[in-house]
Write a protein that binds this ligand. Structure first.
Ligand SMILES: *Cc1c(COP(=O)(O)O)cnc(C)c1O
Length: 399
């Protein structure tokens, strides 16, 4: 079959930008150069762009415009949420609950807080990647100030029971943060219906620019505002109501808003189209490749995520061989950290280190075509066969 130009199947790592976002940003780079805090008309033009962008970004999660704080990334939003709530509530309590499968942005911030004297519980997950709601509720003490559980996992695609977690948090008067970077704009989110107090998102996972993110902070009470339960962790010139006080990246934010506008329009049809491509990959591999299995939940799963376990070979070798054929994928052994430590997520769902090393993540997106998937499914089996022939981890030996 004809070889597509380059088959990018790593949308969970980052996405190419949508051309319509690039056009929007180009116009703003040129014309909206003012500082949004300036009184003159170029500054006010930037301020108006921010108001409009905030409105659009808020609307996709049913939030108030005033509760959106733009940041430089998803990582920064996670840091502000966790550190800001932990530091503000020290008098009330020092216990934070999170999960064992969080993105490093949450995981490592929690580890830092733990080293600084906070009490952090990393809730385990079951073998499909779900936290246990009863266990969550039992873990809450009078010292618990924050629950931070991700909306959907970036490696295995499992979608957590966010609404139920929100109910538990509300019942016990604990603040609830969710890292929604992978779910935002891909599946429906409603911060009110789901009782979410804080939510992190990032533009570059949604066909927008890198280096732009946002933190939703529910305003609990008109007078107190966020001052009641979260404090800034950076200090400067007052932008984003002191929560992220540096000169605002207006063209980037306008691009983020454009990406959200497009996501709103295309979500229903993208969910359907991407789920079909996802299931085509899963069905083909489980049927045609011996000793393969699916990591993550079979149904509570992001529409664009496939994570496969392929026994007896290394994920890294598969990724490199696929790249040699012009196909970009990822693995749980080396993708994020460059170290050879197996992914903490795959270990948390009960995989042995050797199994975690044999994982292959395929994530599809807006520009993935049926031809891309057919090409990938044509190239994958011979690569696996070849690697297995050379593999020292022969069947029977290590299992
Ligand atoms: C990518 C990602 C982040 C980090 O976002 P950046 O904007 O790259 O800092 C955080 N959490 C999850 C779940 C992610 O997938």
């Amino acid at each position: 079959m004809n070889k597509p130009k380059y088959v990018y199947l790593d949308y969970a790592a980052t996405t190419p930008m949508d051309q319509r976002v690039i056009e929007e940003m180009n116009a703003h780079f040129k014309d909206t150069y003012g500082n949004s805090s300036s009184l003159h008309s170029v500054g006010q033009k930037a301020a108006q762009t921010l108001v409009k962008s905030r409105e659009i970004v808020a609307s996709i999660i049913n939030a108030n415009r005033a509760d959106i704080y733009f940041t430089s990334s998803g990582t920064e939003a996670d840091n502000i949420a966790l550190m800001g709530v932990a530091l503000k509530n020290q008098k009330k309590g020092n216990h934070i609950i999170t999960s064992a499968i969080e993105h490093h942005a949450v995981e490592n911030t929690c580890k830092h807080l733990k080293k600084s004297g906070f009490d952090v519980t990393f809730l385990p997950v079951d073998n499909l990647g779900l936290i246990n709601l009863e266990e969550l509720e039992e873990t809450i003490t009078k010292n618990t100030v924050l629950i931070s559980i991700m909306f959907a996992n970036n490696e295995i695609g499992t979608i957590e029971p966010i609404k139920e977690i929100g109910e538990i948090a509300k019942k016990h008067d604990v603040i609830f943060h969710t890292d929604a970077v992978q779910a935002f704009g891909k599946i429906p989110i409603d911060v009110n219906e789901m009782n979410i107090d804080l939510l992190s998102a990032s533009a570059h996972k949604l066909y927008g620019p890198k280096g732009v993110g946002m933190l939703y902070i529910r305003n609990k009470g008109i007078r107190e505002g966020w001052g009641k339960y979260i404090e800034p962790i950076m200090f400067g010139g007052g932008h984003e109501r002191d929560m992220r006080p540096s000169t605002v990246n207006v063209p980037g934010i306008a691009g983020f808003a454009k990406a959200v506008e497009l996501a709103k329009e295309e979500m229903p049809k993208e969910i359907e189209r991407l789920s079909r491509l996802r299931d085509k990959v899963i069905d083909f591999v489980l049927k045609n490749i011996e000793d393969s299995y699916l990591n993550g939940h079979p149904t509570r799963r992001l529409p664009n995520n496939v994570n496969l376990g392929i026994r007896f070979i290394e994920g890294e070798s598969m990724v490199l061989d696929l790249d040699g054929q012009g196909i970009a994928t990822s693995t749980g052994s080396a993708c994020s950290s460059k170290s050879l430590d197996p992914s903490h997520v795959l270990l948390a769902i009960g995989l042995k280190p050797q199994e975690a090393h044999g994982s292959l993540r395929i994530t599809v997106g807006r520009f993935t075509t049926e031809e891309d998937i057919d090409y990938f499914l044509e190239k994958l089996p011979p690569i696996i066969e070849r690697l297995r022939k050379m593999s020292p981890l022969k069947k029977g030996k290590n299992h």
